[in-house]
Design a protein around this ligand. Structure first.
Ligand code: ZN
Length: 324
């Protein structure tokens, strides 16, 4: 045999290759346009500014990209050794990227589903009192059930700290498999919701499904729902799921996960970069969890804990994701 050839082995085929150049998905960012000093973070050279974060998207790309190893075919190694070498290389890259990402801003998205419902008014007041941005995924049918709920919807709509997004008009009448079996009918239901609630953003969360389709990402939890989500994406919508869910019994205000538990989970996702996008964590809650004073106190307490112990920024889903 002549000279040895180098073969390229790829690890982690499930990861999507990304080639974005700004913090916000494909959108422009001030940082991407700024020409500044450069420094090396996680083995990646990125531009540096005094006031604007490092929004090149290179670290995120490096975090998600497959690992490549150059192998000398003259001295082939066993499959097990190759897998081990790839694991070690992947850990090496991830450790260095994690360190770099830890120094950069972290973004938290509070999302509330199924409103307006009993609980929405309290959520609206808490957002104002704490001056934090929140996101609501609304169900039109609920807004037209009573004058009170219509008012609660209007309160959300008029509050600049609240963004209103689409969670379908009927919530699929809670029969999700049947709802998603007719993708065109389901899309019509979302479009009715957008019109009736005068929604400004093409942002959707599917009832009963944790499905993500946006930019270069497509992740499906249950196949039923995929064709509806794909059709919505084709029609210009972004579909967002969630990383962490918090549950409280709405009527009693009794938490299924305590404030401490949910806070720890959010921190772990942020630190381990195990959320859909590193340095971005999406928390799912439901409006009816906060109809009781006890539940409302827990929400305030979670916000307090986050504000006291972290520098996480509360964000709108329309700005998701920030990529560094
Ligand atoms: Zn829902």
């Amino acid at each position: 045999m002549g000279k040895g050839m180098n073969c390229l082995f790829t690890f982690g085929g499930l990861f999507y290759l990304m080639c974005l150049t700004s913090c916000h998905g494909g959108m422009d960012s001030k940082a991407a346009n700024a020409s500044q000093d450069s420094l090396v973070l996680g083995g990646v050279s990125v531009s540096k500014t005094d006031t604007v974060p490092l929004c090149t998207g290179k670290l995120t790309k490096r975090w998600k990209a497959p690992v490549h190893l150059n192998i000398d075919t003259l001295h082939p190694i066993s499959k097990d050794s190759l897998a081990k070498a790839l694991r070690i290389e992947r850990r090496r890259i991830r450790d260095s990227v994690r360190l770099a990402l830890d120094k950069l801003p972290k973004h938290l998205y509070f999302t509330f589903d199924d409103g307006p419902l009993r609980g929405s008014k309290a959520i609206d007041s808490i957002a104002k009192a704490r001056k934090i941005k929140i996101n609501t995924f609304l169900v039109g049918k609920h807004a037209f059930m009573s004058k009170g709920l219509k008012r609660d919807y209007q309160r959300y709509y008029d509050n600049p700290l609240v963004e209103c997004y689409n969670h379908s008009y009927t919530h699929g009448n809670n029969k999700f498999t049947s709802f998603y079996s007719n993708a065109v009918g389901a899309v019509n239901d979302f479009e009715k919701n957008e019109t009736d609630l005068k929604l400004q953003h093409k942002i959707i969360r599917l009832p009963g499904r944790n499905i993500w389709i946006y930019d270069d990402v497509r992740r499906i939890d249950l196949q039923s729902g995929a064709s509806t989500a794909d059709l919505l994406y084709t029609n210009g919508y972004k579909i967002f799921g969630w990383d962490v869910e918090w549950k409280i019994h709405g009527l009693t205000g009794k938490p299924i996960q305590s404030v401490h538990e949910i806070y720890t989970r959010i921190r772990n996702y942020m630190n381990n970069k195990s959320s859909m996008e590193p340095n971005n964590v999406v928390l799912l809650m439901h409006d009816d969890m906060f109809q009781n004073k006890k539940g409302q106190q827990l929400l305030s307490s979670l916000i307090d804990t986050i504000q006291r112990h972290t520098d996480y920024q509360f964000e709108f889903m329309q700005d998701y994701p920030f990529r560094y």
